[in-house]
Design a protein around this ligand. Structure first.
Ligand SMILES: [Zn+2]
Length: 74
């Protein structure tokens, strides 16, 4: 009996991030993106690290969709 390779992993969509901004919102404090160099890096989501209790801010570039995390000072 041969094993059938029926699992199509390539069909699964990357669902890590549900939504990425495609442009800088009006009034947003955009910073220069380290990846593409354009002023399109905006503060996006906040979360608290369970271990260190530090507030982590995720930044996203609306031009190249690069995301990076920084510790937010409280
Ligand atoms: Zn960028």
């Amino acid at each position: 009996m041969g094993r059938r390779r029926s699992v199509l992993e390539s069909c699964s969509m990357p669902a890590k991030v549900p939504w990425l901004p495609s442009r800088v919102p009006a009034g947003a404090q955009a910073e220069r993106c380290p990846q593409c160099g354009r002023r399109a890096l905006i503060p996006w989501t906040l979360r608290r690290d369970n271990l260190t209790k530090a507030v982590i801010r995720t930044w996203v570039c609306t031009e190249c969709q690069t995301t990076l995390e920084r510790v937010e000072s409280e």
